[in-house]
Design a protein around this ligand. Structure first.
Ligand SMILES: Cc1cc2nc3c(=O)[nH]c(=O)nc-3n(C[C@H](O)[C@H](O)[C@H](O)COP(=O)(O)OP(=O)(O)OC[C@H]3O[C@@H](n4cnc5c(N)ncnc54)[C@H](O)[C@@H]3O)c2cc1C
Length: 455
């Protein structure tokens, strides 16, 4: 049996923990069944956002007549786009490997628990006083062997299709549909209900829907009844909510219907580790599972499912394990972005959730027209929505829809991080007429709503 100071299963964000422990002289085993770096750089955040860059330029050209510019696209080399994206992905594993010093041994294989502190991989047995599970999630499997999930896009499995059907209504489905439609691939998005991006604040998802249907062909209340694959083509029977059936065909079929726990590969039945009803691993506030010395971080806990959350958790676990940190990590807020056109950024509670939870709140929803930079986009839909605690001026939620929302949100995040009081956004000085200036009338309006309540 090989002995280590630390064993890590899953080399996504937890690769950073391995590198840090190795630098501190600890003997580390890191086990990875696929590529070092995990989902984010290999088949998640990064490659999907690289594609958005191409979509953005294509759309700007297509929509240039909004600015009275008559232009057209001669050709989009989608082959080249995927070639470039694949080139980026192929460099990830070696880049991560370079971060590891001689104290770190990499095992390419599936790690499984034999007991609370013994792991088997490739017919070897490893043990350590501290074991970290960072196994992330996997795409929910597609119901047809020839259909793709987002994992099959990065790198692209097969040829560039001329047409694609995408199933799903979450951010991955929307980002990919946005890309394929923008670069000229005939795209149809199938959404089971009337709502798209259903976890967003309902005012924001309603604006999103109104705008997104202008870019992407969407069938609402629709799912797939039967799939027939012949001559490299999918012949689909679609079924509507009212049971009407229609035919549709496309060269590719992509399911983006969610992510699920990866823990089934771990043989947790051989341990004291407990999982919840969704198959995600339970842990205490210091990330420790029911098995002493075994920790879980990142998506494997099923809590936040975002790269920035996983990275912070891994960083904090490093402090707990290697620097004797005694404080638990508590996220004060958890922002996220949807990198589509329109772009969305969101933090904190939605109005629906505030209502459900019986929280006291006021809201404001303000257009961006006060900023000349926003006006120059000639878009009318961009909005800021604030949800504020009327007793304390605390920002409970902020939801932006419009160009560069994810960048603009950081100003709100800074206030929330330091001293969460919306009056700072009302009183601070803005560069005129920057896009961020759109936050000023939004904050003024929200503060007015609070003060109206107090009169
Ligand atoms: C298409 C897509 C787009 C995304 N876009 C964004 C975004 O814009 N912003 C954002 O914040 N997040 C985004 N995410 C989510 C983000 O990628 C994850 O939250 C993040 O990667 C989680 O990191 P992790 O280290 O917990 O897990 P992962 O990065 O998934 O790493 C887990 C690793 O464990 C390995 N593994 C699993 N089981 C075993 C085993 N038994 N033995 C050995 N190895 C194992 C896996 O192969 C994997 O490499 C996106 C995800 C996808 C799929």
């Amino acid at each position: 049996m090989k002995k280590f100071d630390l064993i890590i299963i899953g080399a996504g964000r937890a690769s950073n923990l391995a590198a840090k422990a190795g630098k501190m002289g600890k003997k580390v085993a890191i086990i990875e069944k696929s590529k070092l770096g995990g989902t984010c750089p290999n088949r998640g955040c990064v490659p999907s956002k690289l594609l958005i860059g191409y979509a953005h330029v294509a759309r700007a050209i297509k929509e240039s007549n909004r600015h009275f510019i008559d232009s057209s696209i001669n050709n989009i080399d989608v082959e080249k786009i995927f070639e470039e994206t694949n080139k980026y992905i192929s460099k990830i594993d070696p880049i991560y490997k370079k971060k590891f010093n001689e104290n770190i041994e990499v095992f390419y294989g599936t790690g499984k628990f034999i007991s609370n502190n013994i792991i088997s991989v490739n017919n070897e047995q490893l043990t350590a006083p501290k074991i970290v599970i960072a196994t992330g999630t996997k795409a929910v499997e597609a119901p047809h062997p020839k259909a793709w999930t987002s994992d099959d896009i990065f790198p692209l499995k097969g040829n560039i299709p001329k047409s694609i059907t995408i199933v799903g209504s979450g951010f991955i489905a929307c980002e990919l549909a946005n890309f394929f439609a923008a670069v000229g691939i005939e795209t149809k998005l199938l959404v089971r209900s009337q709502r798209i991006l259903g976890n967003e604040d309902s005012d924001i998802s309603a604006i999103f829907k109104e705008e997104f249907v202008k870019n992407v062909d969407i069938l609402f209340d629709t799912s797939i009844d039967t799939i027939n694959y012949e001559n490299e083509n999918f012949d689909l029977t679609l079924i509507n909510k009212d049971t009407t059936k229609t035919k549709h065909s496309s060269e590719a079929l992509l399911y983006a219907t969610g992510r699920e726990s990866n823990t089934s590969s771990l043989d947790l039945q051989n341990t004291d580790i407990e999982v919840n009803d969704r198959g995600y691993i339970n842990r205490d506030e210091f990330f420790e599972t029911k098995a002493k010395g075994v920790y879980v971080v990142g998506d494997a806990s099923g809590e936040n499912m975002l790269q920035h959350a996983a990275a912070q958790e891994v960083n904090h676990l490093g402090k707990i394990l290697l620097e004797d940190e005694k404080e638990a990590l508590k996220f004060k807020y958890m922002p996220h972005g949807v990198f589509t056109e329109p772009e969305i950024a969101s933090v904190g509670i939605t109005e629906q959730k505030a209502k459900e939870q019986g929280i006291d709140y006021v809201t404001s929803i303000t257009p961006w027209i006060a900023s000349a930079k926003a006006m120059s986009t000639r878009l009318r839909y961009p909005r800021t929505k604030f949800i504020v605690n009327p007793n304390t001026y605390e920002i409970l939620g902020c939801h932006l829809i419009g160009p560069e929302s994810t960048t603009m949100m950081h100003q709100v995040l800074t206030v929330m991080h330091l001293d969460n009081d919306i009056r700072h956004l009302k009183e601070m000085l803005y560069i005129h007429p920057a896009l961020s200036e759109a936050l000023l009338p939004a904050a003024v309006e929200a503060v007015r709503e609070v003060e109206n309540l107090r009169i």
